[in-house]
Design a binder for this molecule. Sequence first.
Ligand SMILES: [Zn+2]
Length: 78
Amino acid sequence: MKNICVFCGGNIHEQMVTAVKEHEGEVFIVENVPAGVCTQCGEREYNATVASKLESILKERKAVQRKELVPVADFNLA
Ligand SMILES: [Zn+2]
């Protein structure tokens, strides 16, 4: 994985993040995902292994620990 952000040229730091993903209309929150995060713009990148594991988690509903109610807002009503 590169250590320079492709968007802003900032530094990428490896850290654990909470990924929010949508799959077939359902929102998944996946905790403890290793990602490269730009210290400047916050852009995240996942390496190929992590990206395909994330995909299989969503498709097969793997490792679901609990369900949480997620607030859903309408941007235009704010
Ligand atoms: Zn950046």
